[in-house]
Design a protein around this ligand. Sequence first.
Ligand SMILES: [Fe+2]
Length: 289
Amino acid sequence: MNLELEDELGDIVQKARGRKPWSPADLARAVGMSAAEIGRIESCAWIPDAGALLKIAAALDLHGPSLLAIAQKAWGPGEVTPEPGPFEIVCLDVFMGLYPVKCYLLVCRQTGESSIIDTGGNPEAIIRKVRELNVKPTRILLTHSHPDHAGGLGKLILQFGCPTFMDKKEPRPSGGREFHFLQDEEWIEVGRLKIQALFTPGHTPGGVSFKIGKSVFSGDAIFAGSMGRANASWSGLFQSITRRLLTLPEDTRLYPGHGPATTVGEEKRHNPFFCGKIPVREPASAGLL
Ligand SMILES: [Fe+2]
């Protein structure tokens, strides 16, 4: 179980409050606490007792037991085993200052061609890994253009000269040259691989997830146990996740832009934003007579 989640209790409460939208004082009034206490929770300086946490969960439409499990560091996603198939996924921690961002190389085993999914702000680690693996990047795919995900675009283009695929609703990252603006559900070919673009806006106006087989690179849409910050639209992000990602088969792997990999099944059962809101597939009965 990977307990090093991207978001702590305080991040989750703050993001959930954005749905209403409520100020810290509004939430404090709703649960009989002070605004200062809500502030301490949201700055991750204090974890209240279980009773108070369940009240907060109810006020914010979060799943109480799931929130409690994360607050008490009792839940994290199980280890995600890579999907067997014609591709390899290489996960790279690319740091923006001290802040880690997950970038990915998706490699066609047959041809060695690869796509770089998000460039990070400081992409030397990607360049080193490409050389080490002796693969050939032919596409750069951007989940969105925040600097921690796309700031390294210019350096990678200078190095590899490949086109950049993104949603045109996203601001253009600096250093970009040859943009290909995606349509929703468009297929992208990399070697013998076919990758599908799924528009998942809400964190930003043009957020995109990239799906191959039962593996999805979800950028800052969903994290293990949480969701991205809804900078563009809270309801838009919620719908992107509930309609486009968590409707995929439960063994679909989710590779987010921050924090550990997870699966659709794990998030349907344990993510406080979504648990109880999407039907889960119960294990088949034992076929009793
Ligand atoms: Fe972001």
